[in-house]
Ligand binder design. Sequence first.
Ligand code: GLU
Length: 351
Amino acid sequence: MKKIILIIAASLTIMGASNVSWARVKPKITILATGGTIAGRAESATQAAYIPGVISIEEIIATVPGIKNLADLEGIQICNISSQNMTQSIWLKLCKTIDSLFTTDSADGVVITHGTDTMEETAYFLSLTVRHDKPIVLTGSMRPSSSLSADGPFNLFNAVALAASSDAKGRGAMIVMNDYILSADDVEKSHTINTDAFSSPNLGPLGYMRDGLPHFFRVSGVRHTTKSEFDIGNLLTLPKVEIVYGYAFSDATAMRAFAENGTKGIVIAGVGHGNYNREYAAEMERGYKSGVRYVRSARIHKGGVDSAAEEFDQRHPVSGLKSPQKARILLMLALTKSNDSNEIQRIFNQY
Ligand code: GLU
């Protein structure tokens, strides 16, 4: 009898303890909502045209069954925009909000809902500027919330599950779309309308989500988050960096106009292996002397640009595997530290 009482007492203690520990271990995840199609609404369930960035984060969360079992959720509406209207002040606000949530231990991970058009840029910026190892996950959708087979709810479920996973720590900012987990440094929107819209053209996805759990294939090999050297804590603006596209008989007028209007850096989305014509080369020679720094990148999606070039001026750093839009972000941050071409190239080699 005494033995039975003891067993019952022990079981109750274990059950009690496990209830208590479950309540304690449920991660705190903050969803930072910025807008996009995931917050969009169309007039009918099958219509292609819609208005992005109109529904609130609370309404989005309410469309995802079971999401509250994954984590203690908090939603913060940062803005409600289409991501083609992203601004550097929103980037700085996101970075500072995440830093404060992590520093004060108010969140174990964050999810950012975002329009898909510039999601890869925000992801890369945060990967370079949030200096914490807690998970940062971006997601969105290709179909608006009102659509038949809207993809947003499952993407958000996966994003919260990933941010809540201890396995997601230390991997830099990630994008979750269509079950894939993609690394901020090598992800791009590669389809304009399909729900399978994101890919990592050079290195492949980091992994995938299944049954609310991440399965990783690889780790990102570049410096990010806790290994980043960039401190934007006191910055109110970033150096102005623009992108100039390369194409047959391209004219350097736009490049010159940028250089004469306060632009500190220009990324060339060059043809082939980051090539550009003699007109561009002449303008770059002139601009370099006036302090503008140029980085050679490519309009081609695979292979990147290295210094084994044709006849090019080695003073202009090369982007490695970074797309022009990622190279622009890295050049903005590099220019907060140095204007020296060798130093900029060192940064491009490491991030
Ligand atoms: N252009 C809008 C944006 O990027 C909608 C695209 C989307 O979210 O899929 O916010």
